[in-house]
Design a protein around this ligand. Structure first.
Ligand code: NDP
Length: 295
């Protein structure tokens, strides 16, 4: 078997287009486009690239973005004061504080300070609780994107054996909650799991969010499984050049799986597209406007 490649770029472009198409109705009702505030602290080069991409895509979708740059040595109190001001600003629908934050700042304290209704990353404990209990809220972007790709590749997920490898608050746990809500039978594996290969072998769906290059081997997979590879690991080749690989050994898995996301070009583009979707969702919810069907 040669797996179908799940084209995250194409799915993400279609999602951004759906968001873009829904913005004018919001703007007509509210007299302004949805607004996303992005807070960038310090000089982390990767964070600068992520923020630049997020701001560019926000503009593509016809939304406003407001960037706030703070120096690496900013006191925690100043960052918290900015978050409080953004919470109070009615023209700001979404607030994103780019992680990681410098050592003097308690990340958890900052994330909890964000108004849960503006928490477009979906990291606030209130949003985690809403997801866990089936209430409407803002769901973390990466697992939301993974679920969309899975629904497109598999159709109905009801009763499917799904394995999520990784239990982080930003990917693994919300992914498992979303799959449970979609009526899959969900197993969560982590660093203490015994016999990871055995769990993989039973799964119709494997979502790998680990951060260990090519951990999941093709020979472990059930033939015909659908594989979503969240991992983004930069490795150095023998000749000194680097490349990005996932948490799944792609070359092996592609011969066994029914469908698989490549790295790059799979989950990554969906993460940013879902941030735009969350920003529009936050704007609609805050304005008391109905959700957009099919978004
Ligand atoms: P974390 O480091 O927060 O979590 C990793 C998880 O993997 C932990 O639960 C850990 O277990 C588990 N784990 C570690 N080693 C093993 C192992 N040998 N076997 C089984 N489980 C293991 O990572 P994130 O969830 O933040 O990210 C995971 C990956 O996804 C990274 O490569 C990251 O770069 C990528 N990522 C990609 C995104 C995208 O847009 N494409 C967005 C976010 C992340 P334990 O809890 O026991 O420590």
């Amino acid at each position: 078997m040669t797996a179908t490649l799940i084209d995250g770029k194409a799915h993400a472009a279609a999602l951004v287009e759906r968001v873009r198409a829904a913005v004018p109705a919001f703007a007509a009702a509210r007299g302004r486009a949805p607004g996303l505030a992005v807070v960038l602290v310090g000089d982390n080069p990767a964070s600068h690239v992520y923020v630049k991409n997020k701001l560019a895509r926000t503009a593509t979708a016809g939304m406003r973005s407001i960037e706030h740059r703070l120096p690496a040595d900013v006191p925690e109190t100043d960052l918290l004061a900015l978050v409080v001001a953004l919470n109070a600003d009615d023209a700001v629908d979404g607030i994103l504080v780019q992680l990681p934050l410098p050592g003097q700042i308690d990340e958890a304290k900052v994330l909890v300070a964000i108004d849960p209704d503006k928490d477009v990353d979906g990291f606030h404990p209130v949003n985690a609780g809403r997801l866990a209990t089936g209430l409407p809220g803002l769901v973390p972007c990466t697992p939301t994107g993974c679920l969309m790709l899975l629904k497109d590749a598999c159709g109905d997920l009801s009763g499917a054996e799904a394995l999520v490898v990784g239990r982080s608050n930003i990917v693994g746990k919300p992914m498992a909650a979303l799959l449970t809500a979609a009526s899959a039978t969900v197993t969560i594996a982590h660093s203490r799991t015994r016999d990871l290969a055995g769990h993989v072998a039973r799964a119709d769906i494997v979502v790998a969010a680990v951060g260990v290059p090519e951990l999941v081997r093709g020979s472990w997979l059930k033939p015909g499984a659908v594989v979503i590879d969240v991992g983004m690991n930069r490795i150095t080749r023998d000749d000194g050049t680097t490349k990005l690989v996932g948490d799944v050994n792609f070359n092996e898995a592609v011969a066994v799986a029914r469908a698989i996301t490549p790295v790059p070009g799979g989950v990554g583009p969906m993460t940013i597209a879902c941030l735009l979707r969350n920003t529009l969702t936050a704007a609609l919810l805050r304005a008391g406007l109905p959700a957009v069907v099919g978004l």
